[in-house]
Design a protein around this ligand. Structure first.
Ligand SMILES: *[C@@H]1O[C@H](CO)[C@@H](O)[C@H](O)[C@H]1NC(C)=O
Ligand SMILES: *[C@@H]1O[C@H](CO)[C@@H](O)[C@H](O)[C@H]1NC(C)=O
Length: 167
């Protein structure tokens, strides 16, 4: 005798199986999307460059960021978190990473943008290593899906250099 409870339970199990299957398809189809984002970042100005009283170097710069991240969006994308970081080497650490700017892109319509901004987070080196320092700017993005796992990737733009003198 199949009671109502038994049938309801079977239906629920079936529904959950279908849902899990659809989520699987959703994140699988995301992994088939091979995005081709483009980003250009220019340091359009060094606003100032100083040694702080405690001996650490700090620089303030203006960045010109032009991005087209529309291809990162699929129907399964909730939002994209993007950040721009400066990466450089010092005698103590082979990789120093400093986040300079970040933003959340809520939809594909907002994924093509141009922004001219001074660094949102302070660019401070724990020491006095920044004069004449070569650095890379990296643009990282975290694609937050509606279902499935987060995808993370980046673009490295090498070949920047800080001034030789404080100013
Ligand atoms: C910012 O960069 C874009 C493209 O690289 C360029 O067309 C634009 O003139 C730049 N703007 C400023 C204020 O430097
Ligand atoms: C900067 O980029 C170049 C070229 O991609 C790479 O060889 C170098 O290791 C990078 N430097 C740092 C500190 O990540």
């Amino acid at each position: 005798m199949h009671s109502f409870g038994y049938r309801a339970n079977a239906l629920l199990t079936f529904a959950i199986t279908i849902l899990a299957f659809m989520c699987g398809i959703a994140s699988f189809s995301d992994s088939l999307n091979s995005p081709s984002p483009s980003v250009q970042v220019q340091v359009s100005n060094i606003n100032w460059f100083q040694k702080q009283p405690n001996g650490n170097d700090e620089v303030s710069m203006t960045l010109n960021i032009t991005a087209d991240l529309q291809s990162l969006f699929t129907w399964n994308t909730k939002q994209v978190f993007v950040f721009v970081a400066a990466e450089y080497e010092t005698p103590k650490h082979s990789l120093n990473q400093i986040s300079l700017w970040d933003g959340i892109i809520p939809s594909k319509e907002h994924a093509k943008f141009w922004i001219h901004t001074s660094n949102k987070y302070r660019f401070i080196d724990q020491g006095s290593n920044l004069r004449g320092k070569e650095f890379n700017l990296t643009v990282h993005w975290h694609i937050m899906p509606k279902t499935g796992k987060m995808l993370v990737d980046k673009i490295v733009i090498p070949g920047y250099r800080l001034p030789e003198e404080y100013r």
